[in-house]
Design a protein around this ligand. Structure first.
Ligand code: NAD
Length: 473
């Protein structure tokens, strides 16, 4: 399978997707090693993962260029790859205590002489299917806590961004105990589909359309699915907000990583009182944004990683304009040296039935809607099939928070945007079509990989059938 380079547009890489047979064999190999892994103390698993963190750090010079070629952006690839050892160390250090707290020792019950305790039993094999927008982070975000729980893990990153897999697997192979229970494989949708049939728990991050297929397949196999899907995150800007600062926040939260982030701000609702200075500032700041072309080490935003996404972004802009929207700046995908770039794009007077208001854009596009009454803004922000996250910016945290709690979203950034990308502690559910299953953030990110086994001890006399004789009642 030929893989396109997002900066040159050339197919300069190839993968051999795992067949269903190869997936089955790999799943069996991992299962075979899992019971030894699960028998280790959490601290022992942690020590092995700490070695892996060191190995990744030592090989960043091989991983970062591969991830950069995958994504066409420089600085964010460095942050992404260099952040992984920190995530591993955090889970390796924290998990033993969380696991201990989750297994209460012998407790009395409401029945005399019967006591109970809980054992946490990890799912044997966890599958992870991940997308192309943060290829390495999202391949590992679920895999690391699953390994700490004692599961074996099979990961399939997106076929759009597979170059980082080989150097990353080199680091895994350096630690044989880890290589026995962790495999990161190349593959496409068919590989992903085959995986769902082989694992005991599936973690999927990607689009709603594929998430639905994965959820249905998981339901048929009676396995739990954590589905982390798309969003159409709204930002409400209150009349009390500072227009220049609100514009800076809206811009950054909408266009960082070229808008290719699930938690990107995708719609902005601004109070009429400050709409004019807000839009003037937003436009000036947007026009000062530089593409990182031709020099990847200069500028702010890179090319679209996935060619198809550039087409989707353009068609949504065209649809909005056709339905009466006014284009303030940007608006046209440019082909620069084979890469597809879009300057920050601002639209106003966008009709609520425009595709760009309803469906995920995943590009650096900001549709701005002016509201007169806050109730209007809340209603419009909540009028979506999605509910991943949202943001409210106001003159004070207290004021913004009063609006935040009325939004239908799993996480709301207050006086900022897209904060879910910066904190791991905040447990959150995905509302609506944005996903299903336990939070991947916070302690639940680890605890969801356990089933609870109750051990119920009778230290008195077990009841006999005579106790149930009808004459006794
Ligand atoms: P996608 O759904 O096209 O692909 C995701 C993964 O699914 C890929 O690895 C792909 O090979 C695999 N796949 C395709 N068909 C499959 C099938 N039938 N069975 C199993 N696996 C299959 O998504 P994408 O375009 O790679 O990613 C972009 C989407 O991901 C956006 O919607 C974005 O919002 C979402 N996303 C969500 C989060 C989150 O945390 N909620 C994070 C990042 C991205």
């Amino acid at each position: 399978m030929k893989i396109r380079n997002p900066r040159s547009g050339q197919a300069d890489y190839e993968i051999a997707p795992f067949s269903s047979k190869a997936v089955e064999e790999e799943a069996n190999r991992l299962r075979g090693a899992q019971s030894d892994w699960a028998t280790k103390k959490p601290e022992e698993r942690g020590a092995i993962l700490l070695q892996w963190a060191d190995a990744i750090e030592a090989d960043l010079s091989a991983i970062i260029p591969a991830l950069t070629a995958d994504t066409g952006r420089g600085g964010i690839s460095k942050i992404e790859a260099a952040g992984v050892p920190g995530q591993i160390r955090r889970w390796a250090t924290m998990a033993p205590q969380l696991i201990a707290e989750g297994q209460p020792v012998e407790q009395p019950t409401s029945v005399p002489k019967i006591t109970t305790s809980t054992r946490l039993v990890p799912y044997q094999l966890v599958g992870v299917i991940s997308p192309w927008n943060f290829p390495m982070t999202l391949a590992l975000i679920d895999a690391i806590p699953a390994l700490m729980a004692g599961s074996a893990v099979l990961v399939k990153p997106s076929e759009v961004t597979p170059r980082f897999i080989k150097p990353l697997m080199e680091t895994v192979r350096k630690i044989p105990e880890l290589a026995a229970v962790l495999s990161i494989i190349e593959g496409d949708g068919a590989t992903g589909s085959a995986m769902v049939d082989q694992v005991d728990y599936i973690c999927f991050t990607g689009s709603v359309a594929t998430g639905r297929k994965v959820g249905e397949a998981a339901a048929k196999s009676f396995i739990p699915a954590s589905l982390e899907l798309g969003g159409k995150d709204p930002m409400i800007i209150l009349a009390s907000a500072n227009p220049e600062k609100a514009a800076a926040t809206a811009l950054r939260a909408s266009i960082v990583n070229t808008g290719q982030a699930c938690q990107s701000i995708e719609r902005v609702y601004v109070a009429r009182e400050i709409a004019e200075p807000f839009l003037a500032s937003l436009t000036a700041q947007a026009e000062a944004v530089r593409l990182n072309h031709p020099d990847i080490n200069q500028g702010h935003i890179g090319p679209f990683i996935f060619e198809k996404q550039a087409k989707i972004a353009q068609s949504q802009i065209d649809d909005a304009i056709q339905k009466g929207a006014k284009l303030i700046t940007g608006g046209t995908v440019e082909n620069l040296g084979g890469g597809l770039y879009l300057r920050p794009t601002i639209l106003t007077d966008v009709s609520p039935d425009s595709v760009i208001i309803c469906e995920e854009n995943f590009g650096p596009v900001i549709p701005v809607v002016i509201y007169d009454q806050i109730e209007q803004a809340i209603a419009q922000a909540n009028d979506s099939i999605f509910g991943l996250s949202a943001a409210v910016v106001g003159g004070s945290v207290t004021e913004a928070e009063q609006i935040a709690v009325r939004l239908k979203a799993g996480a709301v950034s207050i006086n900022d945007g897209s904060l879910t990308s910066m904190v791991w502690e905040a447990e959150k559910s995905s509302f609506g079509y944005s996903g299903l299953g336990a939070s991947r953030m916070g302690a639940s990110g680890l605890m969801r990989f356990f089933r609870k086994q109750a051990l119920i001890r009778q230290s008195g006399e077990a009841a006999r059938i005579e106790a149930f004789a009808e004459e006794n009642f």
